[in-house]
Design a protein around this ligand. Sequence first.
Ligand SMILES: Nc1ncnc2c1ncn2[C@@H]1O[C@H](COP(=O)(O)OP(=O)(O)OP(=O)(O)O)[C@@H](O)[C@H]1O
Ligand SMILES: [Mg+2]
Length: 299
Amino acid sequence: METVLSIKNLTKRYGRLTAVNNLSLEVQKGNVFGILGPNGSGKTTTLGILLDVIRRTSGEFYWFGQEPTKEMRKRIGAILETPIFYPYLSATKNLEIVAQIKGVSKDNIDPALKKVELFDRKDDNFKTYSLGMKQRLSIASALICDPEVMILDEPTNGLDPQGIAEIRELIKSIAKDGKTIILASHLLDEVQKVCSHFCVLKKGTLLYSGLVDDIDKGIINVEVGAASGNLEEVLKAYPNAAKITEENGKFVVELKEGGAAELNKYLFENSIEASHLLTLKKSLEKQFLELLAESDNAA
Ligand SMILES: Nc1ncnc2c1ncn2[C@@H]1O[C@H](COP(=O)(O)OP(=O)(O)OP(=O)(O)O)[C@@H](O)[C@H]1O
Ligand SMILES: [Mg+2]
């Protein structure tokens, strides 16, 4: 495994507000890495710091194992907000201007336009494009530099369902070409559909980091107490138990599957009457959906 990005104890403060709080993360080559979090959780701030457009307060980050330099920045393509294109120029003309500014060959333009499926419309003026097409052209403008990493901030914001589906397919296809992708989103569904790995931010603090495949597995902890019987031994023999810890005379059982009801049934079958049974954690998916819904309500 090759580490593309490593973030260590990164913090960004705006006066009294901590936008990014002691964040540590690693992204490996080929990952489609989602940064998931509600509005104001620090996603854009984090991406801005990684791209050297926002100054960090403290902490470190390393691209390709090295301190960031201007030269290295060329290996990273980014779409933080829709770049400004000339409305009365075609896609090709607009990309020629970008190629000139970035010092890359114009030969890269056609393949990029094909990749984002705008080749058929390359001679049409930018102003005639739909929102989804404009977003795809932004992605093409990053692709002409053939970056190893693509950074996308809320790439489907404001698009209609078809536009959203097209962008998601495009991201997956760019990932298939071997590029590492870092994507910020406030949609769990988007992260589940597009990403291989993800982290969750809340108020700038990392809540979780792991594999997208683990989202629906979920982790449920059940706290159990019983006045009589050999609870510990019976719990240890429970096939669905992943981990058992003892706290204040009660046991906390991390479940591989099932919930408190199945556990209670098992205990009963093993002659233990639980005097206390409490589900401590919901599935990851539920947890994240609740977190993301909180911000929707606040907005
Ligand atoms: N220039 C700034 N000055 C002061 N506070 C800022 C500034 N930029 C961002 N913030 C604050 O930092 C926090 C994180 O903002 P950020 O834009 O990174 O969140 P986000 O996760 O990208 O949110 P969204 O989903 O709305 O895009 C917010 O509380 C925001 O108000
Ligand atoms: Mg943002």
